[in-house]
Design a protein around this ligand. Sequence first.
Ligand code: GLA
Length: 387
Amino acid sequence: MLLAEMEKLFTTLYGHGEKPRLFFAPGRVNLIGEHIDYNGGYVFPAALELGNYVYVRSNGTNTVRLAAEDLPGTMVTCDLDALESKKGRDWGAYQLGVFFELQKEGRVLPGADFLYFSNLPFGAGLSSSASIEVATAFAMLGLLGETPDRRAVSLLCQRAENLFVGVNCGIMDQYACANGEEGCAMLLDCAKVESVQVPLPLDGYVMVIGNTNKKRSLADSKYNERRAECDAALAALSEGKPGLSALCELTEEEFAALSDKITDETVRRRASHAVSENARVLASVEALKNRDLAAFGRLLNESHFSLRDLYEVTGFELDTMTELARGQEGCIGSRMTGAGFGGCTISIVKEECVAEFTEKVGAAYKEKTGLAADFYISKAGKGACEL
Ligand code: GLA
């Protein structure tokens, strides 16, 4: 993907004029802390070096036009006074939802032309949607001459996805795409929406992302069902602890003492995952600070087992790939990452073993599932920016 070619495509689509500006927002990988952002927990994501790029230029009208390099012939055009009519899950709704939320805060947006291109796999659990939203917000704020407040942009993009697209996601993805720092993961307190950057001294190990290529879609998955089960757990536990406002406010000991308030066994297992996962996140950050990578790897494995057995969001492909990964030399931990039900895994692998790791896991995974896996080696990258 050459920038010069993209700029040429921009001109082909939108005509000659001022040089378009270029913005970027990364995807993210979550190291640990899964399905607890919406339970007031701690999560530990990192921005990737892969992401979405967007060229943008004002067009002097009251219309926005959106095109993508990999969707030839599909141009979404919308009058800025009529954004609300385009609510839904089509490509384009993510960007229009961001414009709508920007308007709701009182901004008068300029008509503009956008061209998107990406090196991030779509629908693979690496937050391609959040990356598009955040890149769009940065681009539009750039046209308005505003310096983006990264926390506010994250929350705005989450609202766009919740209210305009209709996917009830938590704050993790948008926050990670907006706030990444090179070489760091973020310990994000989702109750306060505040984070600290934690350097990733992986001491000779790298993050290997494995794409199961089992497509998943947040909207079609059981994501909302899990959220409802967590709400039910919270309501039951609040009877024993009035004022409890999120599952992750409970320590594991407190949960053990209260858990019989939850009568539904499935709901109890969901809550048990949330509470224990939160403890694992904090233990992981401690392990990294102590340069105890073996402990960090064990916590990743335990996270996967909890997501498989208690939260039930893994499935055959994710279980198979992570199990194969754990059996390889140099791999100290492996788990699913993101919402689950397909998508990607993250494994921590000794640098010199990576080539053999991807070859062996890829071959065995193909044999067991019939699917060809993809692997990405990405360092923790920077958050959204203008290039
Ligand atoms: C998706 C959602 C996030 C988070 C994860 C699971 O990526 O967008 O908010 O809930 O699933 O950890």
